[in-house]
Design a protein around this ligand. Structure first.
Ligand code: CTP
Ligand code: MG
Length: 180
């Protein structure tokens, strides 16, 4: 039997850098859209004004810093976990970077999909808005660390809940326009 608690704890190492990468861009006050205001063949914006270079860079930096902190702590954390027979997924600087980069690219992919459906910037699409960055983070990093299917499913399950709560707070403290 898989121990879901163990899988949850392991998934936190992936979740923290990914959440940082996703949570920090709104604080950047970005101005320059990554799509440079260009439109796709359907005459809708490629990504829209919500995806900026500043936000991307800031998110990448923040996610990478959390990954770097984890990489620094990893040897100690892992030897501690090993006492309980648990091997933690490897986090080094490269894995941390890939988690953050993947989260941001997943977020771009999410916006790309939203624009293809003609949805305006900031439109609320349940699950797509919350899963895009998790799927991106996992897709970019699982080649280099150990992510089990259970960890992935746990991340998909808890992220919409955490995301909703975090966005309501971000809206209240006026970091985000919409409470989602
Ligand atoms: N943001 C940014 N650059 C990014 C990602 C996010 O500047 N690469 C900022 C934008 O100010 C954006 C805010 O963070 O409005 C919230 O991000 P998100 O909810 O992902 O974007 P939305 O505005 O909802 O746009 P979309 O409809 O494309 O998801
Ligand atoms: Mg949004």
């Amino acid at each position: 039997m898989v121990d879901l608690w163990v899988e949850f704890v392991k998934s936190l190492l992936i979740i923290f850098p990914a959440y940082a990468a996703n949570g920090f861009p709104p604080l950047a006050g970005g101005k320059i859209p990554i799509d440079l205001k260009k439109k796709w063949f359907d005459n809708y914006r490629i990504l829209g004004d919500g995806k900026t270079f500043e936000g991307f860079s800031f998110g990448l930096f923040a996610g990478f810093m959390i990954g770097a902190l984890e990489a620094y702590l990893y040897p100690d954390l892992n030897s501690y976990a090993m006492q309980f027979g648990v091997k933690l997924p490897l986090i080094n600087l490269f894995v941390g970077f890939m988690i953050a980069l993947g989260a941001l690219c997943g977020d771009l992919a999410g916006s790309f999909i939203k624009r293809r459906f003609g949805l305006k910037r900031g439109a609320d699409v349940p699950l797509l808005d919350q899963w895009n960055f998790i799927i991106g983070a996992v897709l970019f990093s699982f080649w280099f660390t150990e992510i089990t299917i259970w960890m992935f499913l746990i991340m998909l399950t808890i992220t919409p809940v955490v995301h909703r709560i975090a966005n309501i707070i971000a809206h209240k403290i006026k970091v985000k326009k919409e409470p989602w």
